[in-house]
Design a protein around this ligand. Sequence first.
Ligand code: ADP
Length: 382
Amino acid sequence: MVPVALGIAIALAGAAIVVAVRSRRAADEHRVAADRAAAALAAQSQSSADAQAVQTLILASMEEGVLLFAPDGAHVFANDSLSHHLGDVAPSSDRLLPIALRDAVRRAGYIGSTVIVEVETGAPTRWLRATAQPVGSDGTVLLVVRDVTETRRLDAVRRDFVSNASHELKTPVASILALAETLGDGALEDQAVAKGFIEQLERDADRLGRIVADLLDLSRLETGSERIDRVALDAMAQDEVARRTEQADAAEVSLTVQIDGVPAIRGSARDLALLLGNLIDNAIRYTQPGGSVSVAIRPDHDAVVIRVADTGVGIPQRDLPRIFERFYRVDQARSRETGGTGLGLSIVRHVTENHGGEVTVESELGQGAVFEVRLPTAAPAQ
Ligand code: ADP
């Protein structure tokens, strides 16, 4: 039997222990809660530090220049790219150059909505597109600057191309319409005249067909070449030359081919035939009677080199960098008279690039021209 006093003592002690245990548990719980809160706080500040690091990384790796101005015009933040676009960072918006950007920042802060400007700056000239955007309503303004020089250049090239292509197509179409009208108005009665007109109609239709075919080839080539064939360039060159012997004979130009055991390459047979055909065709068309064209293909280390040389009219030095452009011609009249579309060398350049190769030209006016295409034998990455 447990005496009452002892029982009470035990009970009290038990209660005390319970209380002690409870209060220790409470303290533990507090500590755990505090630890958790501290950990959460640390995690939060860690994650906000992480977020900040991520933001800084993003801003630093952006191509666009980013600049933030406080309501009083002082610059608060600039990312690394900004100096590429604007040089030294302006300490405040009223020192910002070019002036058009300063005005854009001022206006955006004043009217409270986005202002976009494009400015030409520097030498060589670059075009910058700047967006000044109010942040909140206190006059803070974010300026984002992007270099749009290349975009503008490509836009201009595209516009030129469309206008050139339309012009090229319009000429034979206008001629066909005029001939048909004249024939309808009575020229049909005169057999000799009618024959001449019909021949001209055929030439115009043929010309239209060639321009359209070249345009279609070019647009297909712009998306790449399907390099799925094992191409024996030697046999292909023999074929392309054979197909043009009649043309060369008519132009009184001697046409020879020399091939030194070249390995087959991986590529698009259709496109490589276009490349060879265009180079040989040009060489014949731009060579005077009595001249010669030679086609040679040889291996060179890890490449195959196609060389088409002629003794023709040649190309002036100043035109050499431009002859691979679409519709660029040194001599408009000669090109048209001989059935040129102005697209042949552009096709050659595309096929070469699609096969990971490079094309070069050497020429002097009156001394002929030498075109060399170097194609790697190992298939480059698609
Ligand atoms: P085209 O159909 O007018 O020949 P290309 O794109 O094939 O167009 O060539 C562009 C221009 O380059 C030609 O108009 C011509 O002035 C010049 N050219 C090309 N190949 C030769 C060559 N072998 N000899 C001289 N000029 C050439």
